[in-house]
Each structure stands twice: as C-alpha cells, then as structure tokens.
Write a protein that binds this ligand. Structure first.
Ligand code: CMP
Length: 140
C-alpha cells in the first residue's frame, strides 16, 4: 500500500463544540499523521469554490453558508492508504448510516452538519490540499 496524503476539514459544528482534539485523536489512533494544520474562517465564496463540484445540488447554498458560519480546521493527513483510511474513520456522510465508533456516528449532528470532510480520491486530494496549503506548509 502506498503512502498517501489527504485533505481533512474539521467543520464549524465540531469546532463550535470544542471537538478538534477528540477528532484528531481518532485520526492519529488510526495511524494517520497530521503533517499540516491550520484553523481558519472561510468566506461563503471560498467555501463555494471549494465545493464547486456540488454547485448544482439542492443543498449547495446551505452547505456554503454552514462552512462559513464558524472556524474550520484544515489538515493534511498522511499515511498508508490515507484517503480510504480517513474515510473509514469519518464514517458515512449521513451520521444515521455511519458505523459505530466513527467520527460522524459519535459527533455529527446531521447530513449537512457532519463534523468532517475528507478527500475521496487521489486527484481530488491533490487539488483540495493545494487549495489550502503550499508545499512549504506541509511537513512530513
Ligand atoms: P462532505 O464530505 O464535506 O461533502 C459534501 C458535503 O455536502 C457533505 O459532506 C455534507 O456536509 C453535505 N451534504 C451532502 N448531502 C447533503 C444533504 N442531503 N443535505 C445537506 N448537506 C448535504
């Protein structure tokens, strides 16, 4: 298995409830390493650009409003098979479908306010990482 990097976002519902450390612990316990991290506040336009792929979806406006509603913690996670591993630790998008012990099963409030985002494939991971981080900010 290859060492990969993936983009993770701890969303406003989670930062608001002071869950950053508990969520990072789940990533680290699964063998992922935080090789870059910053806490930022997105504008609605920046959230919209990040989620442009969902532009035509009915929840797009609500999603952008939510992502700009409070601080987020953006991270690069590194490890073996990091993209799939991170998605496993996060659990299903809808917390009602998320497996016990996953971040979304334990912490997410709804399908929209679902605590975390993770890249879904190598090409999107590379694109999403470069949206938030320069090479100099990623220290493996
Ligand atoms: P994420 O993994 O960040 O990718 C796209 C996001 O859109 C998703 O998590 C949810 O936060 C959000 N989303 C997906 N489906 C819905 C929905 N039916 N209603 C509201 N938000 C949604």
């Amino acid at each position: 298995m290859a060492i990969e990097r993936t983009l993770s976002i701890i969303k406003p519902d989670a930062t608001k409830r002071n869950l950053t450390g508990k969520i990072v612990a789940k990533f680290e316990d699964a063998g992922l390493r935080v090789v870059a991290q910053k806490r930022i506040r997105l504008t609605k336009a920046q959230a919209g650009q990040f989620y442009e792929v969902h532009k035509e979806r009915p929840f797009y406006d609500e999603l952008c409003e939510f992502m700009a509603s409070g601080p987020v913690v953006v991270q690069v996670l590194e490890g073996e098979d990091a993209i799939a591993k991170n998605r496993e630790v996060m659990g299903a998008t809808n917390p009602a479908d998320a497996a016990p012990g996953t971040v979304r099963a334990e912490f997410a409030e709804s399908v929209g306010e679902n605590s975390v985002h993770g890249s879904d494939a190598p090409d999107t991971a590379a694109q999403e990482i470069s949206y938030f981080f320069s090479g100099l900010e990623i220290v493996g």
